[in-house]
Write a protein that binds this ligand. Structure first.
Ligand code: PLP
Length: 358
């Protein structure tokens, strides 16, 4: 199917029969094949599809010292039975190259990335779980491959795309999560790398996240790094508030990750004629809206969970709660969840051209 010259080496025995598709946890199982392309001698070389296997490396490989690497997270879904749908591949590609630019990794041509991915997913289509809400998580990763302790941009890179079948994020039911701010920590500052999908952002979030979890919260709600007053995002999700009848979310300002799901929610909301505001939201505004009953819903958006309801936020002992507190997703969040998952699986027409069906 590919216009590109991709070398394909298939496995002799698939491991698929060993996988328990009924009980998948996130990112623990990997499909049979991986896509690989090397950047050597100033150019991207012939793309290859190989059996999923170890990547041998020397301890001096520069990526593990200085973190010159970028990744993405996207999904393929079962589409109307036996077809596969890669969701919003163009937007993920665009974010991937923007992230690469920020850490001096050469741009992979669009057709290499997209054709390579389509060929891989075509080969791995049996690995896409059949049940609704399950999917094949796709993880592209590119990293510096020079052996050097010199702090400089690498001259060689390796790009891999691997796939992992993942379960319904809501195996236990759709329960609202509890967030807390951690004003003593910040995730990112404008001018840094918060808007790029680079591994170090996630390493830096581990300590505060563990502390939040020890205090009984699911995730940290990050505040801005300067005033520690404006809401930014959650661990791997962007955040939305329904205040009165207006859907409000922090703007893409250089320190938060421009989420693909965030964009999908905004597009749907605008198409439905909802009032939408992308603007700074202070924690004080949320405390006030919670007190006077105007804060109707809070939810996170991200590829892994799609839409995740938030029941409460702790900020230095003050509790922000939604007025429609219940054990379920609020009606507005539910509408977005149903729309997006319906488009994923081809049950709702793809009016936005978000699906790459193969
Ligand atoms: C820090 C961060 N924010 C937001 C998101 C949500 O982005 P997306 O909807 O593209 O998955 C993610 C996940 O990729 C993330 O890691």
């Amino acid at each position: 199917m590919s216009k590109l010259n991709i070398e394909v080496k298939k496995v002799t025995d698939s491991r698929i029969a060993e996988v328990d598709f009924e009980n998948l946890s996130f990112g623990e199982e990997f499909s049979d094949h991986q896509f690989e392309i090397r950047y050597d001698n100033g150019a991207w070389q012939t793309p290859r599809i190989l059996p999923y296997d170890a990547v041998p490396m020397y301890p001096a490989i520069s990526t593990i010292h200085y973190g010159q690497a970028v990744f993405e997270g996207m999904k393929a879904f079962r589409y109307r039975g036996d077809k596969a749908n890669i969701f919003r591949v163009d937007m993920h590609y665009d974010r991937f190259v923007r992230s690469c630019k920020r850490v001096c990794i050469p741009e992979i041509p669009r057709e290499y990335f997209i054709e390579g991915l389509k060929t891989l997913i075509d080969l791995e289509r049996d690995w896409i779980p059949e049940a609704k809400y399950k999917s094949l998580y796709i993880r592209p990763i590119v990293f510096a491959a020079d052996q050097t302790l010199g702090l400089r941009s690498s001259k060689t890179y390796r790009l891999h795309i691997i796939c992992s079948p993942v379960g319904n994020y809501y195996a236990e039911g759709i329960k609202p999560i509890r967030l807390t701010t951690m004003p003593e920590y910040v995730r990112a500052v404008k001018g840094g790398v918060g808007d790029a999908k680079v591994p170090g952002n996630y390493a830096a979030s581990l300590e505060p996240t563990i502390k939040a979890q020890q205090q009984g919260y699911t995730q940290v709600l990050w505040l801005d790094a300067i005033e520690r007053k404006y809401v930014e995002e959650v661990g791997s999700m962007n955040i939305f508030f329904l205040i009165g009848d207006t859907l409000v979310t922090p703007p893409i300002n250089g320190s938060i990750l421009p989420g693909v799901t965030r964009n999908s929610v905004l597009e749907i909301a605008k198409a439905e004629g909802m009032k939408v505001e992308e603007r700074p939201v202070s924690i004080d505004e949320l405390i006030e809206a919670s007190r006077n009953g105007d804060l109707k819903e809070i939810f996170g958006s991200g590829t892994a969970a799609v839409i995740s309801p938030v029941g409460s936020i702790n900020h230095e002992g003050q509790h922000i709660t939604v007025s429609t507190t219940s054990d379920e997703m609020g009606p507005v969040a539910r509408r977005f969840y149903d729309q997006i998952t319906g488009i994923h699986h081809g049950e709702i027409p793809d009016e936005y051209s978000w699906c790459t069906v193969i």
